[in-house]
Ligand binder design. Structure first.
Ligand SMILES: [Zn+2]
Ligand SMILES: [Zn+2]
Length: 175
């Protein structure tokens, strides 16, 4: 991450903690810095593993509470993926790509190649009894693995349906 962006996020975090009258504890600071090193999605277990790897023990409760805090601030996004563990991502990154979710297997992938992002112009969006903070786009469909499986299943079904007589008639006549 670029220093300018890191500074910006750091200032936001500081300001928010002061607003909430919370201290920048070593735990909160370590979690925040670790999160800023992720350019991809992460979950609570990934954070835990990295921290433990650095011999820095933080309870899961503290991890969850800090993630909650950062989500509330809007520094990170809690994705609505159908996965066993909630996936998070820095908001500055989440807004730059589309998220694809497979309707069959639930696999999640990022589409970073799309030039057109259907983002909502929040400045122009006037909502009743709601203050928008950011928007995220999920595209639901079928992943390539599932497409392959569906094709194979259809082919197998077709082969099973073919009556044996038909296979005989297609054989080359004997000379
Ligand atoms: Zn993402
Ligand atoms: Zn799939």
């Amino acid at each position: 991450m670029e220093d300018a962006l890191l500074n910006e996020l750091d200032n936001l975090f500081d300001g928010y903690l002061k607003e909430k009258k919370l201290r920048r504890t070593t735990e909160r600071d370590a979690i925040f810095k670790l999160i800023c090193s992720f350019s991809e999605h992460f979950d609570v277990n990934m954070l835990n593993e990295r921290l433990e790897g650095d011999s820095f023990h933080v309870s899961k409760a503290t991890l969850y509470a800090t993630l909650e805090l950062l989500t509330e601030l809007g520094l990170i996004v809690r994705h609505l993926f159908p996965l066993p563990f909630a996936q998070y991502e820095l908001r500055v990154f989440a807004e730059t790509h589309l998220h694809r979710i497979c309707l069959k297997c639930g696999a999640v992938s990022e589409d970073k190649g799309s030039k057109v992002l259907p983002t909502v112009n929040l400045a122009k969006l006037k909502m009743v009894r709601f203050t928008p903070a950011y928007s995220a786009t999920y595209v639901y469909g079928i992943c390539s693995k599932c497409t392959f499986c569906i094709k194979q299943a259809k082919a197998a079904e077709k082969a099973a349906e073919t009556p044996p007589e038909q296979t005989l008639t297609t054989r080359k006549p004997r000379k």
